[in-house]
Structure formats: C-alpha cells, structure tokens
Write a protein of this length. Sequence first.
Length: 273
Amino acid sequence: MRMLHLFDDARAAETLSDALYADGVETSVRPTRDDQYALWVVDETQMDAAKAMLARFQASPADPLFEERQRAARARRKAEEAKEKKSRHRVEKMRDQLAQADATPFVSYGIMAFSVGLYFLTEARPEIGLAMLPHGAGFTITEAILNGLTTKPWTFVTPVFVHGGLLHLIFNVLWIRDLGGVFERAHSSLRMFGATLLFGVGGVITELYWSQAPAVGLSGVVYGLLGYLYFRGKYDPSFPYQIPRTTMLWMMAWFALCFVPGFRSAPPEVIGP
C-alpha cells in the first residue's frame, strides 16, 4: 500500500477515491494528525493509473467524468454488498444443513417401518391391501377417481405404502433410506412428510390415468426425491448433496423397464381386477 496524495478536503479525497474505485483501483481514505486526508492505493502496481487520474482531477476537479465515476462506484458497491450478503446467506445455510447432517431422519425411518409392516399384513390378509386401493372391480377410471375422492379419499395415500412383492418392497425401502434420509437432513422432517404426500399421491393419480389401474408402492416418492436431489445438486452450488450421474442413469433404465409388457409393480391379486 502506498500513499497517493494528501487532501485538505475530505470530499475531494472521497471523490477521487470513488473515481479510482470505479476504474478497479482499490483505495483507502484515512485522516491524518494534521487534519488532512491521505488517499492510499492498496495495490502498488496500480500507482501509475492512480497518478494519471490524480493529475486529471487536479487539473479539473469539476470534470463531469468524476461525477459519472461516483455514480458508477455507488452502483458497484451496491452490487458487491448484495453479492456479499448472498454469499453470507449461503454460508449460513450450509452451516445449518451440516448441523442437520447427523440428525435422525425419523419420517424416512417411519415410512420404511410402516411399509414393511403393511407388506406382511397384506400378505396375510390380501383383502386389506385391496381395500386400501382407490377402486376394485367394475369401476371405470373416472368412476374410480370420483368414488375415491368422495367416499374413500385416503385410498389416494394408502397405496403408496402397499407393495406387491418382496423385491418391490426392498427396492423402495432401501432407496427411501438413502434418498429420503438425504432430503430430510437437507430440509426437515416436515418437508419430507410433505414431499412423500406430494410425490406419492401424484404417482397414484398419474398411474390411474396412465394404465387404468392404481399404482402401489413408494416408487413415485423415490423417483420424485431422485429428480429433486439430482437437479438441485447439479444447479445449486450451495446444496451439500449431489446424486452421481451413473446412479441417475441406472434409475432411468429401471424406470424404462417398468414399461416393458409383463413387468408389473404388483401382482393382480393385490391390484384387483
């Protein structure tokens, strides 16, 4: 750091400081013991540029250039303050997320336990699984949705936890442990509960329209969480988790397999006629 000039007027020192700052020259104005104001240049390699601006200022302090540079300096400082504020917010957010990293994902574990328990219950009592679906025999798709909404609205939620086979159950429960645990730690248990309802019910209704039969299982939740975490980690640098591209490709391949004729998420005795 080197001193550029001593000013008797603080306003003149600030004016030149702003002009230099607008041109990318970092300076500092400091009062002296003699009631003057010293203008210091932080980077000594910029002294030549600073001296050239000083000569122009001394020759014509009222030059409109300096008023223009002051406006540019204010705009630049405002932009830098906004950037710094955003950066502090990201740091604080990451600190909070890291603090939650060791938290127990109670909702995810609850979903896993409930799904496992319900699987063995419906294996012993298949009629219970059938009663948890939006419709049974003799319903058209429109009738199924209207009937479910008016008489059994809970059946748009309960199929999320019904599984049609042990492999189906294990696949979904393990992914809920991983993806649900990440989501819940990154956000909160309440948001995990909401995401489960959103993705799960959305999957049930979409499958009703798509295949004229209710979907069962946590697959809608799994793929909803997968998509969210993948794109959030890819496009948000502050997000502490990222889904590997290979995992995403593998899951998309499995998803495509679900459209192969004869490959079903649950057997007929669970889905119903």
